[in-house]
Design a protein around this ligand. Sequence first.
Ligand code: GTP
Ligand code: MG
Length: 168
Amino acid sequence: MSSTSYNQKKYVGKSSIVDFYDSKHYNPDVYATSSGDPYHENTFTGELNVHVHDTAGETHEATVIALCARCNAIVLVYDKTYKQSFGKIDDLHNSIKQHINLEKVVVFLVGNKTDETHEEQVNTDEGYNKHKYLKTDLFIETSAKTGYNINELFNKIEAEVKISGKRP
Ligand SMILES: Nc1nc2c(ncn2[C@@H]2O[C@H](COP(=O)(O)OP(=O)(O)OP(=O)(O)O)[C@@H](O)[C@H]2O)c(=O)[nH]1
Ligand SMILES: [Mg+2]
């Protein structure tokens, strides 16, 4: 059993990433995950059962931390077309680090919306450097619109959780 939590300030594409992995297509009408329904859950059954908590950008930090404490993997998502979301990664990583033993959980950094090349505000080198700086276990760029690297992301989550043997 593996759990994953998607975090980050709003509209970065967390739900779209999960939806694409689930349905194999992009749904442009995905609803913003609301504070009343702070996260929704999905289970994918493969070699491992992957249980995903998809948080809302506006989910209260204490709720996010509580969810992360029960996870094998934490996926931090920013929007490559929105620099502010990239800036928030440091704050979020910092508060997670204060409450969670990162030796017991794998952390992924994901730059989403690679399809919006003309709107790019955060390039691949910046994402990679952030991954090195924060010492996350993996960095990958995705598009929930074209499906670029979506399967790879979930495959790597499973692989990394298995290899690392990390358990909360
Ligand atoms: N071009 C493009 N748009 C995307 C991509 N992923 C998501 N979007 C769009 O970005 C907007 C926000 O997507 P969501 O999946 O709702 O983002 P979220 O991070 O779950 O947002 P909250 O639930 O509000 O925190 C929607 O209009 C999506 O259609 C992507 O890879 N490329
Ligand atoms: Mg959402």
